[in-house]
Design a protein around this ligand. Structure first.
Ligand code: NAP
Length: 265
């Protein structure tokens, strides 16, 4: 019997990591809805996948930084019953220091990396809960836990994606809805050129291919992993970091200031 996967909606699927997700998820038997601004590039990705896999691949050309376009994708998620997987991948980066960055570009980055991801998640999750199944994959970045690298608004936006996903996972426990957050390291895509630093300028030893990044992330997804960091060789380092974070839970709020904050008499 064929395993019915349903439809995966992938944002930022016209290039880079999103296009590889499209390729891999179609090969796994998903029908696809591909979202990005460039209709022509989306059509090229869709044609290639249709020809290779025979899957149903539709495109939704939308600027997720534009409230009207974003609302149309939200409506699609709310009203399309066979969506089983949402990959919130569309994102913009920045390599310039804060003081050299244009505030309008920083605001646009927040609109895409934070607001669009949040609104699309809100659109998809109630349906998933009602059906008792569904998966959200949020693409963050290693800068979520290392914001001293690259641009601070970019790091802050990806820290939001991680924290939002942590809360989402916590709130959705027992609903049948799975959440994964992926923290890619440097990946060979157009992202770097758009951010103002071509990927060729990075040491090749720290740059992963989009294909390896997505294949590893899907291994993490198959294992039910929550945080997936494909380029972190020693996974125990993240486990120790998470254990230290969890050790503070329940101890962070109190009516009395800690003794180290008593004014010297
Ligand atoms: P990419 O090749 O530049 O892809 C970005 C995708 O987002 C494109 O499909 C782009 O398509 C789409 N997009 C950009 N602005 C959009 C908008 N306003 N509305 C709708 N779609 C929009 O970069 P990538 O590396 O694959 O990035 C994918 C994700 O990975 C991002 O969230 C990024 O932050 C994250 N990431 C990347 C790296 C890396 O080193 N590459 C590392 C860590 C995390 P259109 O231009 O056609 O709209």
């Amino acid at each position: 019997m064929t395993d019915i996967k349903g439809t995966a909606v992938i944002t930022g699927a016209s290039s880079g990591i999103g296009a590889v997700y499209a390729d891999r998820l179609a090969a796994r038997g998903y029908d696809l809805v591909l979202v990005a601004r460039s209709a022509d590039k989306l059509e090229q990705v869709a044609d290639r996948i249709r020809a290779r896999t025979g899957r149903q691949v539709d495109i939704l050309a939308a600027d997720l930084g534009n409230a009207v376009d974003l609302a149309s994708v939200e409506d699609f998620l709310k009203t399309t019953p066979d969506v089983t997987l949402l990959v919130n991948n569309a994102g913009l980066g920045g390599a310039l220091p804060l003081v050299e960055s244009d505030i309008e570009q920083m605001t646009a980055m927040i609109a895409l990396n934070v607001t669009a991801l949040t609104r699309l998640t809100y659109a998809a999750v109630p349906e998933f809960i009602a059906r008792g199944t569904g998966t959200i994959v949020n693409i963050a970045s290693i800068v979520a836990i290392n914001p001293e690298t690259l641009n601070g608004v970019y790091g802050g936006s990806k820290a939001f994606v991680l924290a939002f996903s942590q809360n989402l996972k916590h709130e959705l426990e027992g609903t049948g809805v799975h959440v994964q957050v992926v923290l890619p390291g440097a990946t060979a895509t157009d992202f770097w050129a758009i951010a103002g630093k071509p990927v060729e300028l990075l040491p090749s030893a720290i740059v992963m291919s989009g294909e390896d990044l997505v294949d590893a992330s899907l291994v993490g997804l198959d294992r039910g992993e929550f945080v997936t960091i494909p380029s972190l060789q020693d996974g125990r380092l993240y486990d120790a970091y998470e254990t230290a974070r969890q050790a503070m839970a329940g101890k962070l709020s109190g009516s009395v200031p800690a003794t180290r904050y008593r004014a010297a008499s």
